[in-house]
Design a protein around this ligand. Structure first.
Ligand code: ZN
Length: 286
């Protein structure tokens, strides 16, 4: 791969589109994400494993799978440690060969978040300057599932002046920002972004890459507006999980005795690929 992740994010910022970030825990899902992203015309894609997903697939296995798939598809795929919750966990991912890590320490005090995130940045850069570190500020609520309701108030939002201080002190490359987004899908409430609030954060610190988490459940127009305002990376997870699971359910509904894994998993992958393709088009402004 000729260009690093920083290069692709810069391109996205200049041209006002966003790279997709999708999670996987199995090889079929990884391959489906990459195929769909490439076919839909994405310049590159980020794939992520949460702590849970990475312990299922294996950190080194994830790195090896991504390396092979990059070569096989001749397409830039970057592997991200998604919401790793301590210096130690981030270090494990960096040592295994991940391209980027999210040091998710936003539930700690501001001072502790700064100190521990800074250690992750320093460690990552000492191993390989191309590794990007994402920090998180603000309280990103919810989990990557379908939930009924998640209370969120402007108090949970990322504060512009804190963002500035945080980025100056830690040296992170990317920032997970909270401005109305919630992890997962909520069924009994409208999930709405406060774009004006986000613009204030960007104005305070213009030269960091902004990441929108929890995009499942948001209106397309909100996602478009966020990208226009400066988001260069959008995380979609729950909608993919739902599509994958529904595809598999359908097989077992139609063929309850099917026991061949590649036969009952493939409809799940096919459903998920449709969602990835739709999202890529949205991120590219189509
Ligand atoms: Zn997230």
């Amino acid at each position: 791969m000729v260009n690093n992740l920083n290069y692709y994010l810069k391109q996205a910022r200049e041209k006002k589109y966003a790279l997709g970030h999708f999670n996987f825990a199995t090889a079929d899902v990884l391959r489906g994400i990459v195929e769909a992203s490439k076919d839909a015309g994405a310049p590159a894609v980020m794939v992520g494993t949460s702590e849970g997903e990475s312990s299922f697939v294996g950190l080194k296995e994830a790195v090896a799978l991504v390396k092979i798939i990059r070569e096989e598809y001749d397409f830039p795929v970057f592997l991200n440690a998604d919401h790793f919750k301590s210096f130690e966990k981030c270090k494990e991912a960096i040592d295994a060969g991940y391209d980027s890590v999210i040091a998710d320490l936003s539930k700690k005090t501001f001072a502790d978040n700064v100190a521990e995130t800074k250690s992750v940045v320093e460690y990552a850069k000492s191993v390989n300057p191309d590794i990007l570190v994402e920090g998180e500020l603000g309280y990103l609520k919810g989990s990557s599932q379908v939930q009924t309701k998640v209370e969120i108030t402007p108090d949970d939002f990322t504060k512009p002046e804190e963002a500035k201080e945080f980025i100056e002190k830690t040296g992170v490359n990317q920032l997970a920002t909270v401005f109305g987004n919630i992890h997962g899908i909520v069924t009994e409430q409208e999930e709405k972004l406060d774009i004006e609030h986000f613009k204030k954060v960007v104005a305070a610190v213009p030269d960091v890459f902004y990441v929108l988490h929890g995009a499942s459940g948001l209106l397309d127009d909100d996602v478009r507006a966020a990208i226009k305002a400066g988001v260069t990376n959008v995380h979609f997870n729950t909608e993919l999980r739902v599509a994958y699971t529904e595809g598999i359910h359908k097989t077992f509904h139609d063929k309850p005795n099917e026991t061949t894994p590649y036969k009952y998993l493939k409809p799940g992958v096919d459903e998920m690929k449709k969602v990835v393709a739709q999202k890529i088009k949205l991120f590219m402004g189509e």
